[in-house]
Design a protein around this ligand. Structure first.
Ligand code: MG
Length: 255
């Protein structure tokens, strides 16, 4: 641990109330999910290789499937163990390929060096369509606001449980994302997210309130296309990612 840990806010009292909930966005009083030991060992591997119908976005050999949001080549570092690591302040990266309704597998781990608490510790994120964030955070023995803890649908729904492993150990996210449906610019069906964190169900077909916001309400006021990139967030922490693949599930939404 660093000598001095930067102490950051554990939530807010001045943010808007979330529609249909009794909590504010990042509510300081919202109960934290119970802590559960997921039963993974430190290798964290859920799959030895991707299924044959998956689009492999990262297998450790190169970051060719990725650019920064600006379109610049991916400047994150390839590191030992078939992983890539956030290079702080280079910016988020996005997959070149775009997806709609899909299944996603991604593994990640937080740095063992700790400089801050709450949202300053192992923060990153996985954004479906580049818009809908599942929070990546070192939530192991690290109090923060409930809708910002690891595997939260950020700013909207805490996970059912906190299934974090210690910093330095690998986590798995397995996600089913369903795109929202619009007709003539009007929302007909919200996006949904089903998430397993380290093998434990933490969101079951949760209807999302709109693209992710920080300290503000999400909404579907701005319609977007049916597909978008997978985005990984540069939040300034050296989080590592490995074994990233996506299965397209458009058939699920066929009428
Ligand atoms: Mg984040």
């Amino acid at each position: 641990m660093a000598d001095e840990i930067r102490v950051l806010p554990k939530g807010y009292t001045d943010t808007p109330l979330i529609p249909g909930q009794k909590w504010r966005v990042h509510d300081v009083d919202r109960p934290m999910p119970p802590v559960i030991e997921p039963g993974l060992n430190s290798t964290g591997a859920a799959f030895s290789s991707p299924p044959s119908d998956a689009h492999v976005l990262f297998d450790g050999s190169n970051a060719d499937a990725w650019t920064h949001r600006s379109g610049e080549p991916c400047g994150w570092a390839l590191v030992a163990g078939g992983a890539m690591e956030v290079t702080p302040r280079t910016g988020d990266i996005r997959s070149k390929q775009e997806f709609g309704t899909c299944q996603l597998h991604v593994e990640w781990r937080a740095p063992t060096e700790i400089y801050a608490d709450s949202q300053g510790r192992g923060n990153s994120g996985v954004f479906l369509l580049g818009l809908y964030e599942i929070q990546v955070l070192d939530g192991y023995d690290n109090p923060t606001y409930a809708d910002g803890v690891t595997a939260a649908i950020y700013g909207q729904y805490p996970p059912l449980v906190n299934a974090c492993v210690p910093p330095g150990d690998w986590h798995n996210f397995d996600v089913v994302f369903e795109t929202p449906k619009y007709e003539n610019g009007k929302l007909m069906k919200p996006a949904t997210m089903t998430v397993f964190h380290n093998g434990l169900l933490v969101h079951l077909r949760q209807e999302m309130q709109g693209p992710t916001q920080h300290r503000a309400l999400a909404s579907y006021a701005q319609p977007h296309g049916p597909k978008g990139p997978l985005v990984l967030q540069d939040h300034g922490d050296r989080v590592q990612f490995r074994n990233i693949w996506v299965r397209e599930l458009e058939k699920l939404q066929a009428d």
